[in-house]
Design a protein around this ligand. Sequence first.
Ligand code: NAP
Length: 330
Amino acid sequence: MRAIVQRQYGSADQLRIEQVDSPPLPAQGQVLVKVAAAGLDRGTWHLMTGQPYLVRPAVGLRRPRNPVPGRDVAGTIVAIGPGVSRFTLGDRVFGVAPGSFAEYALADEKKLAAAPNSLTNTQAATLGISGLTALQALHNSGRLAAGQRVLILGASGGVGTYAVQMAKATGAEVTGVCSGPKIEPVRALGADHVIDYQIHDPIDGTQQYDLIVDIGGNRGIARLRRALTPTGTLAVVGGENAGKWTGGLGRQLRAAARSPFLRQRLVMVVSAERGSDLETLAHMADEGHLRPVLDSVFPLERAADAMRRLESGQVCGKVAIDVEEDASAA
Ligand SMILES: NC(=O)c1ccc[n+]([C@@H]2O[C@H](COP(=O)([O-])OP(=O)(O)OC[C@H]3O[C@@H](n4cnc5c(N)ncnc54)[C@H](OP(=O)(O)O)[C@@H]3O)[C@@H](O)[C@H]2O)c1
């Protein structure tokens, strides 16, 4: 099959398209997905670069254990392993499949759900990882309720564009934070207020929020707390440029460690790849509450350019790879 391959950690320059062996037959609880489209997210970038170094014991110390990158997927089930109960052959699915930058990828059936009828494969491929993170940050970590005031730092990104829509669907008053060129797209997603962080400090203390979802900017925990109500919640999702060793994890851990001593809740968000939550996302999409914001779509052979686009800082929403279209054109 055709697949993107990376033999070392490093930049997008080392991503190559190659002919590789197709995955083996699915094992217990696994399915084989014929990939129609794959999504990019910051996690895929971290796995390509091997940074922060803290992740390497889990994914390969010197080089990636799985040489085919990609995690977000949408496609069709073409083989089923023993014990699979949720899907049958031919089902259209989306979710998480390691090695999704390829024509075929194996997936754990628990990390997939039926793809929403209202979304194309390319759209569905961008929904899983970022959508799960937004859903769990708002509802599991954040316990968001209707009428609450929520601040979303990083509202124009992969996670943020979903978080804005979900928070609005919950009935919250939403303030999104992003850079100037992305203000209008974030407003179009339903944000009641949008702050350009390059001009105004979104946590200057003049406004207080019941929930802050912190997805970008790496601001200090003490400063963030000043923009929370006395019993508000800070859900720390992540942020780039926080160092090569621990990345955003250090700040997340510091927040969680302080939380037991405070009236405010400081929560470290660690997204879980749960099929039941993927079903919730699909339902929200089909109900018209959730729409992927597609920044750009690349054919499989241009996966390196897709990754460079992700790194550029110019992306609004999500970047996808259209695998099937590419294969049919070959
Ligand atoms: N904890 C978890 O389980 C989990 C899961 C998924 C992702 N993450 C992490 O979450 C982070 C965001 O992921 P993503 O996919 O949404 O990334 P992304 O698509 O690159 O979006 C980043 C967002 O942060 C904004 N931003 C950048 N600098 C900012 C600043 N100083 N103040 C406020 N906003 C700022 C960007 O706005 P502009 O583009 O307008 O500048 C953009 O909206 C990454 O670090 C990722 O690794 C964690």
